[in-house]
Ligand binder design. Structure first.
Ligand code: C2E
Ligand code: CA
Ligand code: CA
Ligand code: CA
Length: 395
């Protein structure tokens, strides 16, 4: 953002210029002119508060009009890079709809001019950028299909082993949801959980996951090694809207009771974004779960900004070091130092550490020597369906 001052009669931009920014009039007024000199025509006068120049900014085409200050005028400039950054973070459907609208708008204004010149109607077909179009169509159809996924039995729960790094023994599992889409194949949770959060369906999915995980746990528990270094556990991910749902603590209690497992065997994984979204609601849910004996892990540690704050104020029982740091630990001094301080910090706080995304023996050995308690990653096992885990190792 920037502020620019124009004297009366000074041009802000001209027809044909590249559109690099949009403007909001802070004070003063401008005229909007179409056509080229000497046949310029004034089509509008804009005053304080009005925005202009946004179309060229968004569709990356040249300016279709000239804008000139009528009196001394102050403008606030909004740069393309800023807008594109915001847009890039928006839902693909919104991005696509916006591009489509802009294209229609362009075609209409250009078509109108051409039509009035040639006396023929304008028949412009929009041709959207194909990547954006494909992404938008996929998002729309996934959002639509997801509503039936549970009832049609398309959800599945995979379990990824978590091992004790000192001896490689099996300590527990993380439950990871999968969606077997009839046309698209397996859809990863990174793609459909955010959609489910927007539509509210995440609550039903979360209930399904909790129920399945607690029901399956007595079977999986038998696979884990009982050692002196802590009882086996099953980890379940919860997203922000789920944890803020007033009934969540009750339904976790019900799941524990009906499957006859100990509360201390269940661990809930929360990312920082979950916590930031509503600190008060989340803290109260966490406190109640801790009172029941349920473990709480801070997931993706190191990827957010506020991890340290939360470690101090919320009663976490474990932190999970994000796989981005683990993958980089041999090559990046920074990643190595982040892992080292995470391990020191958790020692001070007396809580357990889990390193994610361990893909080779060297990394596992190094983390073990640094004092990390648990490890998880393709080096040990990929997330697997229940049947594969129960079948493995049976005589
Ligand atoms: P997360 O909690 O960080 O889960 C770990 C992700 O890393 C999983 O991806 C897992 O398959 C992957 N992973 C494990 N080991 C390795 C490795 O060695 N290398 C690499 N490159 N990746 C590894 P997945 O299953 O696709 O899950 C993605 C995210 O979706 C999870 O990230 C979690 O935030 C979310 N999620 C998964 N299941 C659920 C669920 O039931 N409920 C909610 N709310 N979110 C879920
Ligand atoms: Ca997790
Ligand atoms: Ca994680
Ligand atoms: Ca993650």
């Amino acid at each position: 953002f920037g502020r620019e001052v124009f004297d009366a009669g000074v041009t802000v931009f001209s027809v044909g210029d590249a559109g690099e920014s949009a403007y909001v009039i802070e004070s003063g007024c401008v005229e909007v002119l179409v056509g080229h000199q000497p046949n310029q025509q004034r089509v509008a006068v804009l005053a304080q508060g009005a925005m202009f120049g946004e179309v060229a900014l968004l569709d990356r085409q040249a300016r279709t009009a000239t804008v000139r200050a009528l009196i001394p005028t102050t403008l606030i400039r909004i740069d393309r890079t800023h807008v594109e950054e915001l847009l890039g973070r928006a839902d693909p459907v919104i991005q696509y709809l916006l591009r489509l609208l802009l294209e229609r708008f362009r075609n209409k204004t250009q078509g109108d001019a051409a039509a009035s010149a040639a006396q023929i109607p304008a028949l412009a077909e929009p041709s959207p950028p194909t990547d954006l179009h494909a992404a938008a169509v996929r998002t729309l159809s996934l959002a639509h299909d997801l509503s039936d996924a549970i009832d049609r039995g398309q959800l599945d729960l995979y379990y990824q082993p978590i091992v004790r790094l000192v001896d490689g023994s099996l300590a527990g599992f993380e439950a990871l949801v999968r969606w077997r889409h009839p046309q698209l194949g397996v859809v990863r949770p990174d793609e459909f959980i955010p959609l489910a959060e927007k539509t509210g369906l995440v609550h039903r999915i979360g209930q399904w996951v909790l129920k399945r995980a607690t029901t399956d746990w007595p079977l999986l528990r038998q696979r884990c090694a009982a050692t002196s270094q802590g009882a086996p556990f099953i980890s379940v991910n919860l997203s922000a809207p789920e944890l803020c749902n007033p009934g969540i603590v009750e339904s976790i209690r019900d799941c524990i009771a009906s499957s006859h497992i100990a509360a201390s065997e269940l661990r809930i994984e929360l990312t920082e974004t979950v916590i930031i979204s509503s600190v008060e609601l989340v803290s109260s849910a966490i406190a109640q779960l801790r009172t029941m004996g349920v473990g709480i892990a801070l997931d993706d540690f190191g990827t957010g900004y506020a991890g340290l704050d939360y470690l101090q104020t919320l009663p976490f029982t474990a932190i999970k070091i994000d796989r981005a740091f683990v993958a980089q630990m041999h090559d990046s001094e920074r990643s190595f130092q982040i892992i080292k301080s995470a391990l020191e910090l958790s020692r001070l706080l007396g809580i357990a550490t889990v390193a994610e995304g361990i893909e080779d023996a060297k990394t596992g050995a190094m983390l073990a020597s640094m004092g990390c308690n648990y490890g998880q990653g393709y080096h040990y096992a990929r997330p697997l369906p229940l049947q594969d885990l129960l079948g493995a190792g049976t005589p």
